[in-house]
Design a protein around this ligand. Structure first.
Ligand SMILES: *Cc1c(COP(=O)(O)O)cnc(C)c1O
Length: 250
């Protein structure tokens, strides 16, 4: 390993410890158990070497936002001998229907199911694979909800989720395990309100459906993960704070 790689790894190890400490404090503040929060390293802007460095300091869960990049990372890791068996990659970005087949069998969970149409398209492709014995379980997915209502954001509106839920639950190729959102940038009150909105929507859907469990709340990124944890996030998706030495934690 050259000097640069060594110092990058050292930086990453310090960051890993700092993130873990902050996650722990956020859990303490909100009376939550540390084991209820998972940290995802979003590796979309880095290469296989950086993913390996992250793995070696302790990250196990990775997120990618483009199907081809997910494949590239997995193919890269397949060339390496000491990859732990519990390393997992999720799909967190906008997914076009013509790219679904690329992620099936590769992404453990798809966080970005943003419409009924996409859910149906994923489900039908999974069902075909289940019948052919190419997959052995429905695809775990999260419903991406545009809680903040910003026009630039994709996802179901809360109203659309309520209206589509019965149809979504009929889809045999997917298992809906929770909800995902992205907060607006900047204003901390709006950020918090977005995470609260996600949790309350989840509580409402579970209450209305009775037999529906949506344990997973995927929310919180580099700038707002501590607020997200305080408001119930079970999975924070961290990119820059993990991989970019120039990113400064507040
Ligand atoms: C890039 C990305 C992240 C991570 O963002 P950072 O601000 O770098 O932590 C999280 N979620 C999604 C969907 C992303 O595309």
């Amino acid at each position: 390993m050259d000097v640069d790689a060594a110092s990058y790894s050292e930086h990453m190890k310090r960051r890993y410890d700092e993130i873990a400490a902050r996650v722990e404090r956020a859990c303490e503040r909100s009376g939550r158990s540390l084991s209820d929060v998972q940290v995802m390293a979003v590796s979309k802007t880095v290469g296989v070497d950086e993913v390996l460095a992250a793995m070696r300091v302790g990250y196990r869960l990775f997120g990618e936002n483009r199907p081809q990049e997910l494949v590239r990372k997995l193919d890269g890791l397949a060339q390496v001998e000491d990859v732990p068996g519990d390393v997992r990659f999720d799909m967190i970005g906008n997914l076009q229907t013509n790219k679904i087949n690329i992620v099936l069998g590769r992404a453990t969970c798809i966080h970005s199911v943003s419409s009924l149409h996409l859910a149906e398209a994923i489900s039908s492709r999974v069902e075909r694979r289940l019948e052919a014995g190419m997959l052995d379980a429905p695809q775990p997915v999260l419903l991406e909800v545009n809680v903040s209502g910003e026009e630039s954001k994709s996802g179901f509106s809360p109203e659309e989720v309520r209206a589509s839920l019965e149809s979504l639950r009929q889809l045999r190729g997917i298992t809906i395990t929770g909800l995902m959102t992205m907060a607006p940038r900047g204003d901390k009150d709006r950020v918090r309100a977005t995470f609260v909105g996600l949790r309350e929507l989840r509580d409402e859907l579970e209450h209305d459906q009775g037999d529906l469990h949506l344990p997973e709340l995927s929310c919180g990124m580099s700038e707002d993960f501590e607020i997200a944890i305080e408001e119930g996030s079970t999975l924070v998706r961290l990119g820059r704070v993990v991989f970019n030495p120039l990113f400064e934690l507040e």
